[in-house]
Design a protein around this ligand. Sequence first.
Ligand code: ADP
Length: 483
Amino acid sequence: MHLLRNQAYIDGQWLKANSNDVFPVTNPADDCIIAEVPDMDASDAQKAIEAASKAFKTWRETTAKERSFILRKWFDLCQNNTDSLAEIITAESGKPLSESKGEVAYGNSFLEWFADAARHVNGEVLCSPWPNKQVIVTRHPIGVVSVITPWNFPFAMITRKVGALMAAGCTCVIKPSEDTPLAALAAVELAQQAGVPKGVINVITSSRKNAPNVGKILCEDPNIGCISFTGSTHVGKILYGMAAKGVKRVSLELGGNAPFIVFASADIENALDQAMLAKFRNNGQACIGANRFLIHEDVYDKFVDGFKNRIKQKCVLGPGIKPGVTCGPLVNEMQAKKVSSLVDEAVQKGAKPLVGGKFATNLGSKFYESTLLVDVKPDMTIYKEEIFGPVAVCLKFKTEEEVLEVANGTRSGLASYVFTRDLGQAFRMSRKLEFGMVAINDGILSAAEPPFGGIKESGIGREGSKHGVEEYTDIKYTLFSGL
Ligand code: ADP
């Protein structure tokens, strides 16, 4: 793992924590320590913000073409180092190596996209309401961005945010998840090689214990212009509250509770293939992962039977580094406990596991079997909460109105999936589903080109697409008069 770095990165320097403290990063497959990284606190965060603020003064003045060129070089280096990046992602997050390579390709597509998008951040000249005056609208980088990222896509969540903010002319301080800081450090090593000037990207690593203190500085320091966060709704609300004190811009990608709706007219074989992707990618640990399978009563038995067989045939549980494995361990003890207790409670209240429903203890403490649960009822916690694990929950419905009510009956509104061959129904669902993203007859919808994001408690703002860059700009209106 030649890109493995065990120091933080501030102002172009690889550094230890002010306190000299470190914390271990472990491999969830075998609990071995991969590396120890600095356990930074508020004072280190302050130093990183100062470096980013200083760098902003010059980075904001670079041309879009220069920024585009550097992003493109970073993209090329990440692409050439796909295998090394993927090895690190698998080691610290547990996902199968093939998925880690997929994550590098996906994450990298944002660097490529934003290298282009950098050159299209344009303004407007508007019709003036007054004679002999002119109105122009320009876009300006918002400043230093605090980037706080989760463990489930430790590389892609960095590039999706940092590619966009750099394109806009902003600088940043990244605080990666304590579970997966190594992919962030490897990415930034390649950014340094690509010629990203010092201070433009800074990475501070800190343990869960220090996250609240670091988070407070990252939200409240007056030099911060925007807080860009992907993670749980719970932490997102805390950060949003702190950001409010300084009326800071926020970009929040929070939890989802995606419905996966299959109507009677659907191509069931396709729905089943897509269900496997929408549920078991990253072992169910994705905010856009299908959380509730809502199946029309006419095709319910067929779907459930097919799903059971596919899970039995296709889900291979084991360490992510082992060839052929499709589902790795859950990322940490907390996640493992959460998933198993959701299933245990549902089973106690009458739900039935058709496959799985328990840990594969022969493999270790964090390997949970790919599970299919039926007979799930609204009084069970698993019915309401984001599972974030390899557990598919199937429910039956009768009418379109009924399924819309169930699907929309949540405060989350990120992704949703619909399977139907009725075109009118497809349009109605696109219109009526209260989610930021709707996939018709597909189980994978994320890419650099479309806008990614949620409504309601799933977040604020969009990533990817042209909107992704605009998040990191302020609009300025100038009136030219008396000239
Ligand atoms: P997950 O359950 O996916 O780990 P979290 O929301 O708990 O989601 O964590 C996402 C990111 O937020 C991680 O980098 C974590 O360290 C960070 N985090 C957690 N609590 C805080 C906090 N109080 N302030 C700032 N960052 C935090």
